[in-house]
Design a protein around this ligand. Structure first.
Ligand code: MN
Length: 214
């Protein structure tokens, strides 16, 4: 008993672990991995396309030995102006990075799960992403096939589980729709082009000064 207490206090400082994940599932009835908290320090990510009662996307980042997970109803966007609601859900096991399959009716999260994107992520200038998350803001650089470049996760004020997933402005940013209103995101840093060559403009200004001194 004393030994159990000692182990408990030793592990108390570690991430919350997988108890919520495991409590929600019956591993005799779901193909999902039971998993365990890992000691690996790699930074991988996966986005699952989850056809549950409502289609959503699950965004998962490997850190602290688990996958920190968010359900993103509309899915991630490459458009920095499309701030996507991301609801934090229970930590998933790192093994879940490779999970895809069908969860039978009657189980938690029943429906088809596909891998929508997978890759690694980088943490520019950050050594402890878990602490950043606890503080409510994490900026990462994704190296996936669909999701690339900088992304920000920002927790909404006063909300424990509601975050926004926002594409950073970089060369991987894209307008959501190819029309005049949205392509401005990509081109806004370009200086306006002069309508006439510069020497012609200055000459016409001189002429104007003579003709109309007002
Ligand atoms: Mn899900």
């Amino acid at each position: 008993m004393a030994r159990r207490l000692l182990l408990f206090s030793l592990y108390r400082g570690l991430p919350k672990g997988l108890s919520a994940y495991q409590r929600k599932r019956n591993f005799n009835r779901t193909p999902e991995p039971e998993g365990r908290v890992e000691t690996t320090r790699t930074h991988r990510f996966v986005v699952h396309e989850h056809h549950a009662s409502h289609l959503h996307y699950d965004f998962r980042l490997e850190m602290g030995g688990v996958l920190k997970s968010w359900a993103v109803p509309k899915g991630p966007s490459l458009d920095p102006r499309q701030k996507r609601l991301a609801v934090m859900v229970e930590d998933h096991p790192v093994e879940y990075l490779r999970f895809r399959g069908h969860i039978e009716e009657g189980n938690y999260g029943a429906g088809d799960v596909a891998i929508w994107d997978v890759g690694r992520y980088e943490l520019p200038g950050i050594d402890d992403p878990v602490r950043q998350l606890e503080a409510g803001k994490l900026s990462i650089v994704l190296r996936g096939k669909k999701l690339r470049g900088e992304f920000h996760l920002v927790r909404l004020e006063g909300r424990a589980r509601q975050w926004l997933l926002i594409k950073g402005i970089d060369e991987f940013a894209e307008a959501a729709q190819k029309n005049a209103a949205t392509t401005r995101v990509v081109t806004k840093d370009r200086p306006p082009r002069p309508s006439q060559p510069v020497h012609q403009r200055s000459r016409s200004r001189k002429v104007n000064n003579i003709v109309s001194p007002s």
